[in-house]
Structure formats: C-alpha cells, structure tokens
Design a protein around this ligand. Structure first.
Ligand code: RFL
Length: 393
C-alpha cells in the first residue's frame, strides 16, 4: 500500500488533518487503534474557542456545530461567599462554544470517511514507524481481521495519536520534553442532570477548587479538586454533592441540580511540551506533541490549531511543492503552545491558591480574584487569554 500521508490517530487532530487533505484532493490513510464506535463516544472536552470554530467553518467542518452548539457569553467566579459574573463577550465581542468533543469527532469521522472518501482503518494493533528521517518513511500495523502486519509507504507521517501514542515515543531520544506537575488532582465527573447554571462556574474555595461546565440539556460536567492519585472510590455520590454544594455555594446562588454520576475519574494535573514538533518527515500535532492540563480547557483547541496548520502545510507541499508551511510548522505552533501553557499556570493559582494551605497564597489569590472585578485592565487581559488566540485560522 502507498499513500502520500499516513495520519496516526483518529482524534480531533488526526481527523481534522485528514479532512483538510481530502478537501485539497490529497490521499491519506488514518490509522486508529480503537473502534469507530469508541472514538465517537469518548466524552472529554466541550469548550471550543471562537477562532477554532471559525477555522472549522472555513474548512467546511462546522455544519452541525454551528447548528447545535451552545454559545456562552459569560462565566462566573464564586469566592469569599459571593458570586461574580464575568461577561467576557461584552469585553471582547467573542464567545465560547460548548459542543461535546464526541459530537465533533463523530462529525469529523463522517465528513472524512463518508463524505470526503478518506481511507481509515479502525482497530489496528501495534502501529510502528519506520525511517521517519528518510525520503521514504513507512508505517506498519497489525490488521485486526487477518492478524498480518501491513506496511504502508508514504511521504509524510502526521503523529496525532494523543498522549499515549507511539509517534512521540518513536523519537523519544531526540525530543526535548519539558514537563510540569501541578501536584493537584481533579475528580472529573459527568452528571446525568441539566446544568445548575447556564454558564461555566468556577468555585475558588479554601477546601479546594470546584467547577461546573454545561455540556448539554441532560449532561453536565463537574470538577472537584482532590489529592493527585486519589481513588474515585473515595468519592461516593453523597460526598461528591456535599462538596460541590459547599465549594460552589454563594449568596443568592441557585441550588445545584443533582443527578446520577455517570463518569467519575481522577485526573492528575500535569503538562508537557515536546520540542521540536517535527522530526524528519514526522510531524506531531495535538496531545501527541503537548499536553495541557484541563485547567484552562485548551487542549482540544490547541489540537485543532495544530491540525489546521499541518493540513494546510502538507497540502501546499504535496500539491505545489511549497515547503514553507512545513518548515515553519513547529516554531509557530510552539509559540502558541507556550502561551497557553503560561495561561494555564496563571489560572491554576487563581483556582487552587485559596486551598494551598498557605495563608499568604490564599491572600494573594483573593487579591488576584478581586482585581478581575475591579480593574478593567486586569479583566481585559484575562478575557483575552481565556477566549484564546487572536490569530486567524
Ligand atoms: P486524542 O483525542 O487523544 O486522539 C488521539 C487518538 O489516537 C488514538 N491512538 C492511536 N492510534 C493509532 N496508533 C496508536 N498507537 C495510537 N495510540 C492512540 C487514540 O485512540 C485516539 O483516538 O488527541 P488529539 O486529537 O490530539 O486531541 C486532543 C484532545 O482530545 C484533548 O486535548 C482534550 O480532550 C483536552 N480536554 C479539553 N480540551 C479543551 O480544549 N477544552 C475542554 O473543555 C477540555 N476538557 C479535556 C477536557 C481532557 C480531559 N481528559 C480526559 C484528559 C476534559 C477532560 C476530562
């Protein structure tokens, strides 16, 4: 078999690269270890920045999203017993879009495979990269039906296989990986209940952070700060709702709408950045290149920005022989990635500083929170970074 591009991973990054290539008339093969049903059902992110929505729209990938996503214009901080609404649309003219990641992946799979006729193999095993530095790299995998190893020759490999994939691991000796561990855990919950408020809520409480993120009319995501590595079994239904009520409690706040907890897992907050993001003919995109803890809800957005850039650059190189996009790919993505990582660190202190067990940090955190609502310059700076990049995709 031979394809100009092999894309490893059918997450948001890989499918977007595939869709951009197919729209340009470039053939590619997407390889995915999970089944189609599995990737179409995996609930993860939900907050999409306006530039990412526009980037999808420009590439003909936002039809369902524009029709079904909720538009958010404000979020709300709860601290010191009070509620403080932060109306970011008034400040920036921009919104956040809430559309569960599994819906976006479902749309992208359908567009790539069923509409644009892209080749994809689900359920493959033991994917390996061969000679990514040569002019003739290849990717091999074990076919689920026959059990035989198939080899696919290509010109370029897009490594979009997430944080536990093989593409980054295959260049591990040459990549510089910078890591940051927050020493904090989040209990990530999905409740079978309508949202308690129609906006994102951030509870910055001395007992720990709590968050509410609407996902749709029937399902709501909640987060509770917990020790890293905590056992979700330590969090029975009653304890979860008691803690959420306490940490999101504020004068005049609407009561929380409780529901059955359909997902309960502990995420350890950590980040990494792989530099560079290009190794010979292998280009990394999304979580395969960088992980940003869900603190600032940026991971999906970064994956999409990488994918737009990589899809466009591969098409320009393969169709017009123009390699400038590929040459600049790593440096331009990394600039954005570091910018978002820095915001995530800044935001982490805002969320977790009150519960650090250090009265000095609790004091400075409260000052930082109050400043968002007393200083127009501080509010504008936060809004700009919360809503994401000013670049156009
Ligand atoms: P993905 O989505 O992990 O997709 C990678 C795909 O590659 C497959 N794969 C392989 N395929 C072939 N060969 C191999 N050897 C393979 N190994 C793995 C996997 O099965 C998978 O299908 O990476 P991608 O495309 O880079 O997308 C990244 C995003 O999924 C991620 O950054 C976000 O989900 C992060 N995130 C959030 N981001 C936001 O922008 N906003 C949010 O609100 C938000 N909330 C979240 C999140 C992540 C969370 N978790 C689970 C860490 C909430 C949570 C709870």
């Amino acid at each position: 078999q031979r394809f100009p591009v092999v894309v490893v991973g059918a997450g948001p990054a890989g499918l977007t690269v595939g869709c951009v290539l197919r729209a340009a008339g470039v053939d590619c093969l997407v390889l995915e270890t999970e089944t189609r049903e599995f990737v179409e059902r995996l609930p993860r992110a939900g907050v999409i920045e306006e530039p990412a929505v526009r980037g999808l729209e420009r590439r003909g990938l936002a039809g369902n999203l524009l029709e079904r996503a909720q538009r958010h214009t404000a979020c709300e901080f709860r601290f010191d017993g009070g509620r403080h609404r932060f109306a970011y649309e008034e400040l920036t003219g921009r919104r956040h879009w809430v559309y569960p990641q599994q819906f976006l992946v479902t749309d992208l799979v359908r567009e790539y495979a069923d509409v644009r006729g892209g080749a994809v193999r689900f359920g493959v095993r033991d994917v390996r990269l061969h000679e990514p530095d040569s002019d003739r790299p290849s990717v091999s995998y074990v076919c689920p039906e026959s059990g035989r190893r198939e080899v696919v020759a290509c010109e370029f490999v897009a490594g979009c296989d997430g944080s536990r994939g093989v593409t980054r691991a295959s260049v591990a000796e040459r990549a510089a990986v910078a890591r940051h561990d927050y020493g904090i855990g989040w209990l990530a919950l999905l409740a079978e209940a309508p949202p308690s408020a129609d906006r994102v809520l951030f509870g910055c409480h001395p007992d720990g952070f709590a968050g509410q993120m609407p996902r749709g009319p029937e399902v709501t995501r909640y987060y509770l700060q917990c020790p890293p590595g905590d056992d979700p079994g330590n969090w029975p239904h009653e304890r979860v709702w008691t803690e959420l009520r306490r940490r999101l409690g504020a004068a005049g706040a609407e009561p929380l709408t409780e529901g059955r907890l359909i997902e309960k897992r502990v995420l350890d907050m950590h980040d990494y950045v792989t530099e560079p993001m290009a190794f010979g003919r292998l280009y990394l995109a999304g979580d395969a290149a960088h992980l940003v803890a869900p603190i600032a809800a940026k991971g999906l957005n970064l994956a999409l920005y990488d994918a737009f850039a990589l899809g466009d650059a591969l098409a320009a190189r393969l169709l017009k022989g123009d390699g400038t996009g590929l040459d600049g790919y790593s440096a331009s993505c990394l600039r954005r990635v570091w910018d978002y990582q820095e915001f995530s660190q800044w935001l982490s202190e805002l969320y977790h500083g009150s519960a650090a067990g250090d009265p000095f940090r609790a004091g400075t955190t409260l000052a930082r929170l109050r400043r968002l609502f007393s200083s127009p310059a501080a509010a504008a700076a936060f809004a700009e970074r919360y809503l994401g990049t000013a670049e156009r995709y």
